[in-house]
Design a protein around this ligand. Structure first.
Ligand SMILES: [Zn+2]
Length: 261
């Protein structure tokens, strides 16, 4: 397995996958050379775009759980590839230069040259990641009969210029759902357990949740929910350290994710 992502084993009987796609700031040097920003501007962009500390949040939650979940963690920045975006023109974020390989920053300035060819990055990073995540879901289905993908994200308290739905409410906890893959009971449990942290709302300001394409809208044994935590709940924005809210948040996430089936 490449070191650009990591699969961390959980209990053999756990169907739960904590998926952390946006936590890393790591950009390999050969990818860095294709980015137009100077170092200071790149650091600032990473402050805005990175879901900081979410890999530690997932790890802390896993430590609190009675049945350890599986974790799948992207060890590269989403500025390398964004594993959750469609790699083609199905992606609505393509209109703002932020499909699987971003060509624009969060402030809509150029990130990569206009003629940039995304295919080498897709081949090196995107497709292997998708295959490995698909394999993990297949393994959980084979072992337990189901797979529960909990997508762990965070988002800034104030909208960034790239957002397509910036007018919507920005609750402490945004729950992203899918009509096919998010059963009402899973959503209700999230509202109850994560509501201990703050108000929850559904699909605002970010909607949907990640399911590998092989299973998307075909296999109801794969359930999924995106958890978008407003960053002021647990960290100093932008790009700063965790705050005292981090511990409570990790326990609430653990209470929610434990013993899901
Ligand atoms: Zn994210």
């Amino acid at each position: 397995m490449p070191d650009s992502f990591e699969r961390i084993a959980g209990h053999p009987d756990s169907p739960v996958i904590l998926h952390v796609p946006h936590s890393s700031r790591v950009i390999p040097s050969e990818v860095r050379t294709g980015i137009l920003l100077d170092d200071a501007a790149l650091e600032l962009e990473l402050d805005h775009i990175t879901d900081a500390h979410t890999e530690h949040l997932a790890a802390a939650a896993a430590d609190h759980m009675r049945i350890r979940p599986w974790q799948f963690v992207n060890r590269r920045s989403r500025l390398v590839v964004d594993p959750e975006r469609f790699p083609d023109d199905r992606e609505e974020m393509l209109t703002v230069g932020m499909a699987a390989v971003y060509t624009r920053t969060t402030h809509r300035t150029p990130l990569r040259p206009g003629e940039f060819d995304p295919n080498p990055l897709l081949d090196t990073y995107f497709h292997p990641y998708a295959r490995a995540m698909t394999d993990l879901v297949a393994d959980r289905l084979a072992a337990t009969g189901s797979a529960v993908i909990l997508d762990v994200h965070s988002y800034p308290s104030r909208p960034l210029p790239y957002e397509l739905h910036a007018d919507g409410p920005r609750p402490p906890i945004c729950l992203g759902t899918d009509d096919f893959h998010t059963p009402p009971a899973l959503l209700d449990r999230a509202r109850t357990c994560l509501g201990a942290i703050g108000a929850t709302a559904t699909d605002t300001p970010f909607a949907g949740t990640y399911v590998p394409l092989d299973y998307y809208v075909t296999d109801p044994r794969v359930t999924a929910l995106m958890i978008e935590i407003r960053r002021d709940v647990y960290m100093t924005e932008p790009g700063g350290p965790p705050t005292s809210g981090f511990a409570d948040l990790s326990r609430a996430l653990a209470a929610f994710a434990d013993e899901l089936a």
